[in-house]
Ligand binder design. Structure first.
Ligand code: UDP
Length: 464
């Protein structure tokens, strides 16, 4: 592609409007801004006021559901179709507006859920870069299905599933869109569509780092030239090179930071269990009850982020019953908590951002994955990086309280706990190295910026 040389590079970043996608893209924007690039987030009307990051512009586009986004659409297919048409149009208008200024757009970094954004970039003669917010292992799996190198549905007799660069996957490790393709046709289609025009993209970024996923990334590099640029976690927790960068600068809910930190100050070092299932998943009543009773039974201190919509699932009178040991809040600043010396382990749903955050901060985990990519993430946390334990589900798919408490104890106390803590410290160090000066991810980001500045030419995905 022919582009005029830009010293004044302007990158427009387009996240999928959910917390787990906005966070890494806003973080990437801040990273680019710290390297002298003008960075602007283009996001939906519904989320535009939730983003406030230093040195990063924020502009609204429309997904066609300006009063509630996905919640208003209520249907993933309807939402994505509307986003594709209305989003492409309003994104184009935004680019045209910038083209009239002294800082025209040089490149669109788009969430890989929006492959249509590449067409918009090409129409305007600017670079297009796909940004994957999941692991390299997950990219590898779905990319192979897209290319017909892995068959669906996966039958029990095909297991374990062998994918190059990935340890054998058993039934509980499979992403739910693969394990139950008929239950999630729209999500599966979306995951596969990420690869539909990737060969025309100028860059492919994955939010992970070389030391963490060297084998999985070799597997994907047989198919496309993934550049690893993660972990996209605020700089204060890693290299500290972006001054004052202690939060993503994006929150769909108000964090109860003071309430959490005041309470934590009164607790001994590594004595508190932090529990959160992220921004989206909803657990069954039975599972919430087992976790609640398990926490009580363990006698451990805990701080539990439970969204308001989940509170009714707690056993009657629970908060009062456990008030000496635990608090329940609706949202917190997760990074501040993970960093706190009182936190001893993280009971997580294994969303990819939570996974990267816990690895970056060296906090051991108890894995309670619920759906989607959380299942392979849990496999890696327990068996590849060995930073935690995944309690077993019973035949009805529920982790019972006894099994949960056993896992909590294994991570919080005793010999295995020491090994797990030492592994967690190792990954924390490697994460810092990756984004630090001259680290593998830092180099990839610098190369990208240099490329945009027109300094030299690197491989284009078309060459693959
Ligand atoms: N998070 C937060 N406060 C909370 C719970 C979560 O700030 O109380 C953040 C967390 O730090 C992470 C994101 O929300 O960056 C959740 O992303 P993840 O990929 O872990 O899960 P998802 O919400 O997408 O399922």
């Amino acid at each position: 592609m022919v582009l005029q040389k830009h010293n004044n590079v302007h990158v427009l970043l387009l996240p999928y409007p959910a917390q787990g996608h906005i966070n890494p893209l806003v973080q990437f924007a801040k990273r680019l801004a710290s390297k002298g690039v003008k960075a602007t987030i283009a996001t939906t009307h519904y989320t535009v006021n939730t983003i406030n990051a230093p040195n990063v512009g924020v502009e609204a586009i429309s997904d066609g559901f300006d009063n509630g986004g996905f919640a208003q659409a209520k249907n993933v297919q309807l939402f994505l179709t509307s986003f594709r048409t209305v989003g492409a149009k309003t994104l184009s208008q935004l680019i045209e507006r910038f083209q009239q200024t002294t800082t025209p757009v040089t490149c669109i970094v788009y969430d890989s859920f929006f492959p249509w954004a590449l067409d918009v970039a090409k129409r305007h003669g600017v670079y297009g870069a796909a940004f994957f917010t999941n692991s390299a292992a997950v990219c590898n799996i779905f990319c192979r299905i897209h290319h017909g190198l892995l068959e669906l549905p996966v039958e029990e007799e095909d297991l374990p599933l062998f994918v190059p660069g990935i340890p054998p996957l058993d039934l509980p490790d499979l992403p739910s869109f693969i394990r139950f393709p008929e239950s999630y046709p729209d999500y599966l289609a979306m995951k596969l569509s990420q690869f539909s025009n990737l060969n025309k993209a100028d860059f492919m970024f994955v939010n992970t780092f070389e030391a963490l996923e060297s084998e999985a990334v070799n597997g994907i590099r047989e198919l496309c030239p993934a550049k690893l640029i993660g972990p996209m976690v605020p700089s204060a927790y890693l290299d500290g090179r972006i001054k004052g960068d202690r939060g993503y600068g994006a929150s769909l809910w108000k964090p109860l930071s003071e309430e959490c930190s005041d309470w934590l100050e009164t607790k001994a070092s590594k004595s508190v269990v932090y529990i959160s299932f992220g921004s989206m998943v909803s657990l069954s009543n039975e599972q919430i009850e087992e976790v609640a009773l398990g926490l009580e039974q363990s006698g451990m201190n805990f701080i539990w982020v439970l969204r308001q919509s989940e509170h009714a699932k707690l056993p009657k009178g629970y908060e009062e019953m456990v008030k000496e040991k635990g608090i329940i809040v609706t949202w917190c600043n997760q990074l501040e908590l993970l960093e706190h010396q009182a936190i001893g382990c993280f009971v997580t749903h294994c969303g990819w951002n939570s996974t990267l955050e816990t690895l970056s901060l060296g906090v051991p985990v108890v894995c309670l994955p619920q759906w989607a990519d959380q299942l392979p993430d849990a496999k890696y946390l327990e068996q590849v990086w060995e930073v935690g334990v995944r309690p077993k589900e019973d035949e009805s798919g529920v982790v019972r309280k006894e099994e949960f408490v056993r896992s909590l104890k294994m991570v919080m106390e005793g010999k295995r706990s020491e090994e797990i803590r030492s592994n967690a410290s190792k990954w924390m160090k490697l994460a810092r190295e990756a984004v630090g000066e001259g680290g593998s991810s830092d180099k990839n980001i610098n190369e990208f910026v240099e490329h945009l500045r027109g300094a030299h030419v690197t491989a284009n995905l078309n060459d693959y």
